[in-house]
Design a binder for this molecule. Structure first.
Ligand code: PHE
Length: 354
């Protein structure tokens, strides 16, 4: 992959810019995508993974940054959209990873323009390392203790899921509903535990089968093999791993009533929302329902520490989802369009306040 292949992608993007840094000791490419600072300082998670190529890594950073702009606007939080990707070549051992995090932290401190926290592939430990080099971290307090956004995100997804169940079946309870969770990581695992406690019948799938097995024992769930994740009949399909998984091919395979999960950018393209609607599947827009972690970080940055208050604010994601689903029905559009309109209204309103 030559450099020349990725530069035009950056030039063609409608975001504000991309910072590219190569970390020689670990052979890692770092992309920090700044999408919009219209509402405030670009803020979003840092993702770490092996990508098929650099284009895929850069595209992911740019698309995720766009999603953050919508996420903050949808929450009414005055932060901007940004996201970082650490495109590692192969899994790193603990010492290499720590070194990468320290150097990446130094870069963020030099820039002083992007605030970040955990995302897919990174966790509270990484943030603690970075926080030794930079103030540009959300969710690490002055004592160096890191908050994991995952359980808060899971709480918001569960609230949105209840609204979607009520919308579709007239009953919000997950009890007895078959819920298939794809990806049992930072959000998928706490979501599974929460739904199991509410009596859901869990179907669990993860690329790491040991993860699925352990959680299946714990939650009395059933394991779904990776090659059946899109075809397995269920009431709710909850994507909680990577994005871009819902496309023409997979949507035609789905045997569910509702799609609601935490993964960012679940749709391959915008027309996939129409496709889901045509197949009679209720799709809850990801950036609305997965905003619990981001919301919690923004509240904590404002000094809110009370767990009941945080929980109450995250649960309100359920009402936002209910409003969007109702608005989509009234307008005869997809929930994605209804969510977009809501975000545009909020963006216009905050622009008026400026
Ligand atoms: N990565 C999570 C998200 O996309 C949580 C997070 C939000 C982390 C904002 C940092 C900043 O919502």
């Amino acid at each position: 992959m030559s450099r020349d292949d990725i530069l035009p992608l950056i030039a063609a993007w409608d975001g504000e810019g991309v910072v590219v840094r190569y970390d020689k000791p670990t052979d890692t490419w770092i992309f920090i995508a700044f999408h919009s600072s219209r509402l405030g300082r670009p803020t979003g998670g840092t993702r770490l993974r092996v990508y098929p190529d650099l284009r895929a890594a850069l595209r992911d950073a740019m698309r995720l940054a766009e999603g953050m702009t919508s996420k903050w606007a949808g929450l009414g939080v005055r932060y901007g959209g940004g996201k970082a990707v650490l495109a590692i070549r192969r899994p790193l051992d603990a010492a290499d990873r720590r070194g990468l995090m320290l150097r990446y932290g130094e870069l963020l401190e030099t820039l002083g323009a992007f605030y970040t926290g955990a995302d897919l592939g990174t966790g509270p430990d990484d943030m603690v390392h970075m926080a030794r080099r930079t103030r540009c971290i959300l969710g690490v307090d002055s004592a160096g203790h890191a908050t994991d956004p995952g359980p808060y995100t899971a709480r918001g997804v569960a609230a949105g899921l209840r609204s979607a169940l009520r919308h579709r079946f007239g009953d919000a309870s997950p009890a007895g509903r078959r819920i298939l969770i794809q990806g049992l990581g930072g959000v998928g695992a706490p979501l599974a535990r929460r739904l199991a406690a509410e009596g859901a019948e869990l179907l669990l799938c993860d690329l790491e089968s040991a993860k699925a097995e352990a959680l299946a024992v714990e939650t009395d769930g059933r394991i779904v093999p990776v090659d059946r994740v899109y075809t397995e009949p269920c009431d709710v399909f909850a994507p909680c791993a990577i994005g871009g998984i819902l496309d023409r091919r997979t949507i035609a395979m789905l045997a569910c009533q509702i799609v609601v999960g935490s993964a960012n950018n679940q749709l391959d393209g915008e027309d996939d929302a129409d496709r889901l609607r045509k197949w009679g599947i209720l799709y809850v827009p990801d950036y609305i329902v997965n905003a619990g972690g981001a919301l919690t970080f923004s509240l904590m940055a404002d000094g809110v520490r009370d767990e009941d208050e945080l929980a109450g604010r995250v649960d309100a994601i359920g009402s936002a989802v209910a409003d969007i689903l109702a608005e989509a029905d009234v307008a005869g559009t997809t929930p994605l369009v209804a969510a977009r309109r809501r975000v545009d209204r909020l963006l216009a309103r905050s622009a008026d306040e400026d």
